[in-house]
Design a protein. Structure first.
Length: 346
């Protein structure tokens, strides 16, 4: 089974990958999505979405953005916000009704359906976006199902289960029973390594990474990481994994073939004041860490964007040098990031 799965500018570097493309940044405390010209790094517009937007996905044609409204400490979100990347029309809302805390969203190649988690109900949902309805709800059989990955043949989905420290492999054809694989405490981030049958999971409470071989359906490796690894993504060639580590305030660079951390990049961003931190999702749990969470790599692999949630900035990394290239001043509590090849400014 082959797997592939308003911002002022502080520094502007131009590149072919960013030309004509769009970066979307979700601002959790503002309940907004910032639509940014990736070349000029200027905000094209700010879109009002639902409460506590955490994750977003862009359709394969680059036109449609779907946002998971997770909610806040007091309110469980149960909606998706949908808007076009290249128009000023307001977002429309899809009510998930009995499903809550949507997260971990991935688009299917048909451009109509998305896969996402409903964390409260311990489900993986398939939602038809044009129709605005849930078409399938699948049990993960584990607690705290938070993030999801999808195989390129779209037969298998994998959830990372935060509270049970596991990953669930689900056969979307229904031919095989779900398979539960224990990874580590606080399993949260999940990503497919391009060109391989490997799915990697970040175990935030164990400070480890787990490697799952889906051909054999077992965990084949585990390695130490920096403190509180919460998200992972890979360079397009699969050579390196980038892991955002919320407590230590770093991005760990992992040689994916050697399966070891080769560099730790400190975000070096000043956090917001403690009174402001106290009202946010993680509160003051991580002290003066800027709390890097959301992480995205441009399709061409030139640079990465890291949302520093408690510093209200997006840090830009040069992936040739694995150094900080610059920072964007984002909205309040930035987290989820998404990318479209279309030009939202046209």
């Amino acid at each position: 089974m082959r797997l592939i799965a308003a911002l002022p500018v502080l520094m502007v570097l131009f590149c072919a990958d960013a030309r004509g493309a769009t970066l979307v940044v979700l601002n959790k405390s503002d309940d907004t999505a910032s639509v940014i010209d990736a070349q000029t790094r200027e905000v094209v517009r700010t879109v009002r979405v639902g409460n506590g937007p955490h994750e977003a996905a862009v359709s394969p044609d680059g036109r449609t953005v779907v946002v998971c409204n997770y909610g806040d400490r007091e309110n469980r979100g149960q909606t998706l916000s949908v808007f076009a990347i290249d128009t000023d029309a307001p977002a429309r809302t899809i009510d998930l009704e009995e499903y809550h805390r949507p997260h971990g969203i991935v688009y299917f190649e048909d451009g109509e359906r998305v896969l996402l988690t409903a964390e409260t109900e311990e489900k993986l949902l398939i939602v038809n976006i044009p129709e605005g309805r849930v078409v399938r709800a699948l049990d993960t059989l584990q607690s705290g199902s938070h993030m999801a990955a999808l195989t390129p043949d779209e037969r298998y989905a994998v959830s990372a289960n935060l509270r049970d420290g596991s990953a669930t492999l689900l056969d979307l054809s229904g031919e095989l029973e779900p398979k539960i694989l224990q990874t580590g405490r606080g399993a949260e981030g999940i990503a497919v390594r391009p060109g391989t049958d490997e799915v990697w999971v970040t175990n935030r409470s164990s400070d480890t990474l787990s490697v799952i071989d889906l051909a054999t359906q077992r965990v084949v490796a585990e390695m130490d990481c920096a403190i509180f690894p919460i998200r992972i993504t890979f360079t397009p060639d699969g050579s390196y994994g980038l892991v955002s580590c919320a407590e230590s305030g770093e991005v760990a660079v992992v040689d994916a073939t050697a399966r070891r951390v080769v560099k730790r990049i400190g975000m070096k961003s000043r956090t917001v004041e403690q009174q402001e931190r106290d009202r946010r999702l993680f509160g003051d749990r991580f002290g003066l860490s800027p709390v890097p969470i959301g992480i995205l790599i441009e399709p061409g692999g030139e640079r990465a964007y890291v949302a520093n949630t408690n510093a209200d900035v997006v840090t830009v990394l040069d992936l040739k040098t694995f150094e900080i290239e610059g920072r964007l001043v984002a909205g309040s509590e930035p987290d989820g990031l998404a990318w479209s090849a279309l030009d939202a400014a046209r």
